[in-house]
Design a protein around this ligand. Sequence first.
Ligand code: PLP
Length: 379
Amino acid sequence: MSNKAFMPPKRLLMGPGPSNVAQRVLNAGGRPTIGHLDPVFMEFMDDLKGLLRWVFRTSNTLTMPVSGPGTAGMEACFVNLLEPGDTAVICRNGVFGQRMVEMVERLGARAVVVDDDWGRAVDPQKVEDTLRQTPEASLLAFVHAETSTGAQSDGQALAELARRYDCLSLMDCVTSLGGTPVEIDSWGVDAAYSGTQKCLSAPPGLSPVTVSDAAAEHIRQRRTPVQSWFMDFRLVMNYWGSEGRRSYHHTAPVNALYGLHEALLALHEEGLEAAWDRHARLSADLRTRLEGLGLHYLVPQAESLPQLNTVRVPQSVDDAAARLALLREDGIEIGAGLGPLAGSVWRIGLMGESCRAESVEHCARAIGRILQLPAEATA
Ligand SMILES: *Cc1c(COP(=O)(O)O)cnc(C)c1O
């Protein structure tokens, strides 16, 4: 044990999350803690819900931050939308699709899995074939932006298929929200969850969730109580729900919510379309530089995420040593490969605050040095 305060080093966070947090957002988190049932805090909660509806592009009443990281939002959606014995079609093209399968099975429901290669988008044709053969399915779940590989799937097409085959749709938009278009209402997505630490660039630990009226009704009609008391949306709704009728459920992470609110304000000032455009432009710039260094992308360009760029580690390079050198010498964190991709890819994030022209340049130069190529090649 040391009796010194912890002073984190300055890092440029260019991995799969967390991303850098702007000073104004950190400052917001340092404002005085007030009671979570204080009338002023309740007004703040309403304002925050409005900002979340704005960023999700939805008018869903049930839109709120779950007190927990993205994984908590994921679990909250599954435990509310499924009951033991239900069947869900789950699209799996990376780590987070696999996590969905495990959650579904743990709650006693059946997962019918549609597999696609790691590094590719979900194939809507395969999903349609599976939905046709699985009329008992009540839910279709997919990851919009697979952070383990850098592949983006077609959220609109998948939500449409769910509707056509009489299923609710659940979309993981942890990495897409704020970085690439997410259109909850116009795509007709029934439930979605995100995270604060990717393209929203707020501190980790909160999971914005939105649920359509149809999905909320489905939850109200459950035959069995939600197995998780903490995540039961019917109870949480009384806390985050309509004005003036709030009752204690759990103590909201007050200061973390200040941070999320400020991060959403910053995004609102920039404009959502402008933020999407910034991610697209700078990722194209990064691609030009990395390909100029001779690196190859894992995901075909048409399916690749601007905010998560996955490149193959050249045979001649020691993956772990290279990442450690980037961290120690350049203060840059990039992500390692996960699962079957461990050791063979780097995941370079351009998320939210970390998605800046200077970051692209700094990172490409540092990688150029690691590859022992002249830095001029990155220009
Ligand atoms: C990061 C991530 C999660 C999990 O979020 P945590 O905050 O790490 O729990 C879920 N899904 C996707 C696609 C992610 O990128």
